[in-house]
Write a protein that binds this ligand. Structure first.
Ligand SMILES: Cc1cc2nc3c(=O)[nH]c(=O)nc-3n(C[C@H](O)[C@H](O)[C@H](O)COP(=O)(O)OP(=O)(O)OC[C@H]3O[C@@H](n4cnc5c(N)ncnc54)[C@H](O)[C@@H]3O)c2cc1C
Length: 305
């Protein structure tokens, strides 16, 4: 039986794993895709303390992984399909194996929200993208648009502007939510045009994105934009499928945990973007991971030793 099983190998999970192994806990981490999670899809990180020069997301993810592995963290590349949390000994179940553990740290993170337009799902990979860093290079000298007004949308617009001939940034309000430094860069960029008070009504194209139909909310004018790439950056939704019905959640599906990362189920902790909190960032994901592990460790001492 394991002391701690961590589900998810993003920044929160890897930090939890690093603390757990350093603290001498028998620990296993499951990751279904690639370590680093959302961080690994980020173009440039310049707000993580201690990294004075910007670091690319993949490089950052590799550093975190090596740091965790340095202390001996075992990472299994497998998807957790189910958790059983009713008893003191918990179960973590994959396609073909069942693992017992004293505690579980849920670190499944979040995924980009969809706009909910017709053709959005069908054209994913055919002009619709949720990851400018992953797909931006395909749009050299092409026309692109990004929807959103936060840090991710502005970062995406700036990233795309390195390749594309033109980037529209489409935002439903008359000011951006992004941090000031990003707003300033976007507004000053010669290739980026912000379309204020504007929503996207539909995607145009037969087999791939050829354009979008947009509406100005102040004038109600509907117009069309010819596009090659359409990037959606309107926020995140928690990857909570495993936890539904098992631990308490907000109406939006974020897991509720207190400041020790404890959920309402003893021995189950939630960290990172999966957890309801005011700020979803790398530094808070890492902090959650550390706190979650130390709380799990305390829980084990009080309940098993
Ligand atoms: C494009 C982009 C740019 C960003 N830029 C910045 C930035 O510059 N600075 C900043 O501070 N923050 C930034 N953020 C936010 C930051 O990346 C996140 O807050 C942080 O990465 C969250 O980490 P996490 O570990 O909680 O979750 P995630 O990174 O979402 O990781 C969760 C992991 O769990 C895995 N997983 C899910 N379900 C299962 C399962 N059932 N079994 C096994 N594994 C599973 C997933 O595959 C994933 O790897 C950015 C986010 C994006 C999308």
């Amino acid at each position: 039986m394991k002391d701690i099983i961590i589900i998810g190998g993003g920044v929160a999970g890897l930090t939890a794993g690093m603390y757990a192994k350093r603290g001498g806990m028998d620990t296993l981490l499951f990751e279904k895709m690639f370590v680093g999670g959302q961080a690994a899809t980020t173009y440039s990180i310049e707000n993580y303390p201690g990294f004075v020069d910007p670091i690319s997301g993949p490089d950052f993810a590799m550093k975190l992984e090596s740091h965790a592995r340095k202390f001996g963290l075992e990472i299994l590349y497998d998807e957790v399909k189910e958790i059983v949390v009713d008893d003191k000994i918990k179960k973590v179940i994959t396609e073909d194996k069942e693992y017992e553990t004293k505690t579980i740290i849920l670190a499944m993170g979040a995924s980009p929200k969809m706009l909910g337009l017709d053709k959005e799902e069908r054209f994913r990979g055919r002009g619709v993208s949720y990851c400018a860093t992953c797909d931006g290079a395909f749009y050299k000298d092409k026309v692109t648009a990004v929807v959103g007004g936060g840090d991710t949308a502005t970062e995406d617009a700036l990233f795309l502007a390195q390749y594309a001939s033109k980037v529209y940034l489409i935002h439903r309000r008359d000011q951006l939510r992004a941090s000031k430094i990003l707003q300033d860069r976007v507004l000053a960029h010669p290739k980026i045009e912000v379309l204020w008070d504007t929503v996207v009504e539909s995607i145009i194209g037969e087999e791939q994105v050829e354009g979008i139909s947009i509406k100005n909310l102040k004038t109600n004018t509907v117009s069309q934009l010819e596009l090659d790439g359409f990037f959606i950056a309107i926020g995140i939704k928690p990857n909570n499928q495993l936890a539904v019905g098992k631990v308490d959640m907000t109406d939006d599906g974020f897991v509720i945990a207190d400041e020790t990362m404890a959920t309402n189920v003893p021995g189950v902790f939630a960290v990172g973007d999966l957890r309801y909190k005011p700020v979803w960032q790398l530094v808070t994901a890492a902090a959650d991971g550390a706190v979650g592990t130390l709380s799990a460790q305390r829980y084990i001492m009080e309940n098993f030793e």
